[in-house]
Write a protein that binds this ligand. Structure first.
Ligand code: CP
Ligand code: NVA
Length: 315
């Protein structure tokens, strides 16, 4: 079992993961130690920069009694022409899971096809499913439920947006993506979400999308790998910013969200980040708890048993 796309796990498993993540968060606050992944190792390959993903996976493994290895492709044989396929086979002989942040989604899929251990997508050009998992945890934590909420995405229809479209469809949230022409989310993802019964609207009218929204979410205008298009992107996306005027159109208790890193003054204003409605730093923390639950599901030898136990946590 891999976690490459948000749609890789069915709704009931996502719900169980969110319950488990809540429990793990509470236990960590209480200082309870866990060893669910004792003597297990996670290889982490990063083809792109990271702060949150790297630290949350590494600390998550330590918290669970296991070990994480940071692997930089430029200092691996991967950087000298060894294939992704061989790398997947070889790492599978040493570790119990592989997390990869890749430039191309195809690389994540190739790795998964050749790995005998679970592969986790730590961001590709198509999806960022671990981010969406932590985001669902955050929304549920603040709102108490997900079903029926109105989610508005503002800006570039990028990798994070794609995973959130699938996540919304699976969990019964209505999603409106407000973006200029040419910045729409992936067509295949939108079709998949709609086929699952998801209510997905794509519009260039940012005010319409934000109106009475329960969640307002944005991400950088220039994703990693898009740097050459910076000027054009900043011009095209200039009207797609989360600011106090836009927030006033949403529900009074609307959550302001951003996966971070943020570029203040571009996709979001500093005032919006600091507004009382902002849950941006909770999202970042929840990466840790949500991914611990995910790793227990994918890498724990008794993972299915743990899931069946629901909210009953063993310490
Ligand atoms: N949100 C996120 O994935 O952050 P990093 O790029 O810092 O890992
Ligand atoms: N869309 C951004 C997300 C960073 C976490 C990127 O791909 O760079």
């Amino acid at each position: 079992m891999h976690f490459i796309s948000f749609a890789d796990l069915p709704r009931e498993e996502i719900e169980a993961l969110l319950d488990r993540a809540d429990d793990l968060k509470r236990m960590r606050r209480q200082g309870a130690l866990t060893d669910y992944l004792k003597n297990r190792s996670l290889a982490m390959i990063f083809e792109k920069s990271s702060t949150r993903t790297r630290v949350s996976f590494e600390v998550g493994m330590t918290d669970l009694g296991g070990h994480a290895l940071y692997l930089d492709p430029t200092s691996m044989q991967l950087g000298r022409g060894e294939t992704v396929e061989d790398t997947g086979r070889i790492l599978s002989g040493y570790v119990h899971g592989i997390m990869i942040r890749a430039k191309k989604h195809r690389t994540v899929e190739q790795l998964a096809r050749n790995a005998a251990v679970p592969v986790i997508n730590g961001l590709s050009d198509l999806e960022h499913p671990c981010q969406a998992l932590a985001d669902l945890m955050t929304i549920r934590e603040k709102k108490g439920h997900l079903q029926g909420l109105k989610f508005a995405w503002v800006g570039d229809g990028n990798n994070v947006c794609n995973s959130l479209i699938l996540a919304s469809a699976m969990m019964g949230m209505e999603i409106a993506v407000a973006c200029p022409k040419g910045y729409e989310p992936d067509e295949g993802i939108v079709a998949k979400a709609r086929a699952m019964g998801g209510k997905v609207t794509i519009t260039d009218d940012v005010k319409k999308a934000a109106k009475k929204a329960d969640v307002l979410y944005t991400d950088v205008w220039v994703s990693m790998g898009d740097e050459a298009e910076k000027e054009r992107r900043c011009n095209d996306l200039a009207d797609y910013q989360i600011n106090m005027d836009l927030i006033r159109l949403a529900k009074k208790d609307c959550l302001i969200m951003h996966c971070l890193p943020a570029h203040r003054g571009e996709e979001i204003t500093d005032e919006a980040i600091r507004s009382p409605n902002s849950v941006i730093f909770d999202q970042a923390e929840n990466r840790l708890h949500a991914q611990k639950a995910l790793m227990m599901r994918l890498m724990g030898k008794d993972a299915p048993v743990i899931l069946k136990m629901g909210r009953d946590v063993r310490t």
